[in-house]
Design a protein around this ligand. Structure first.
Ligand code: ADP
Ligand code: NI
Length: 221
């Protein structure tokens, strides 16, 4: 199979996986991540095939989405073998999918592949700005988390054990302080940093307005 055919197969594989998703990880998220990744890749010396393939597959084994992560990995291995991907490419894709996720900061510094760093930046761009805000509230609704609790402070990520970041109930607003607002300083590439800086400003504006509207009840009481 040639590269173009493998990309088509990957699109089809993940469009099925992310079908009916209401957690903010629908197929459109995957397509936006591919778009951002290929955009960033123009400014880097990197294998575009690996960037495109890894961006399409980046959420295919995510623990948040697929409770049976072992089966998701087995399916991925099978798929990669069916595509007759070289061992080197399979190893790189596995490495990227293992460490691309933010995971409460626990994965920082673990990605060594440049293609992986580009996909991570692309994924992080889609986690911030207007789309990032929308996805966060969609995720919170899906997992029955409240949007905000004034008395519930964001957690200190350094105090969290592996797994606690996602497994403990949270609020959508706290997620801004535990992830979204931190991303601009964690971007890997120059292009990623530029885009993140703009989207960051928009999130700050959003939060300011959110608190103004939220506090209306207290003020009129
Ligand atoms: P990562 O794997 O790096 O966490 P994803 O592409 O899988 O990145 O998307 C994670 C997105 O899911 C977050 O950016 C956010 O929009 C949403 N999300 C994750 N955890 C929460 C949470 N506890 N509350 C609200 N939204 C969340
Ligand atoms: Ni993603």
């Amino acid at each position: 199979m040639n590269k173009e055919q493998i990309i088509k197969e990957a699109e089809s594989y993940v469009s099925t996986l992310h079908q009916n998703d209401t957690t903010g990880h629908d197929f459109e998220h995957i397509l936006r991540v591919r778009h951002h990744a290929l955009d960033i890749a123009q400014f880097e010396e990197v294998d575009l095939f690996v960037v495109e393939l890894a961006s399409l597959l980046h959420d295919a084994v995510d623990k948040k989405l697929f409770k049976d992560a072992d089966t998701a990995w087995q399916q991925l291995y099978q798929w990669m073998n069916d595509m007759e991907l070289s061992e080197a490419i399979q190893t790189e894709i596995i490495h990227i999918l293992k460490y691309v996720s933010y995971n409460g900061g626990k994965n920082e510094g673990k990605l060594t592949s440049l293609a992986g760093k580009i996909v991570q930046d692309a994924d992080r761009i889609d986690a911030i700005g207007a789309i990032g805000i929308a996805r966060t509230f969609q995720y919170a609704g899906h997992f029955k988390e409240p949007m905000h609790i004034s008395s519930q402070q964001p957690r200190n990520l350094n105090d969290l054990q592996e797994g606690q970041y996602h497994d403990e109930p949270n609020t959508a607003i706290n997620h801004f302080y535990e992830k979204l607002l931190l991303l601009k300083d964690l971007m890997n590439t120059k292009r990623g940093k530029q885009i993140a800086a703009e989207r960051h400003l928009f999130m700050e504006k959003f939060l300011e307005q959110f608190y103004q509207e939220w506090n209306i009840i207290k003020k009129t009481n």
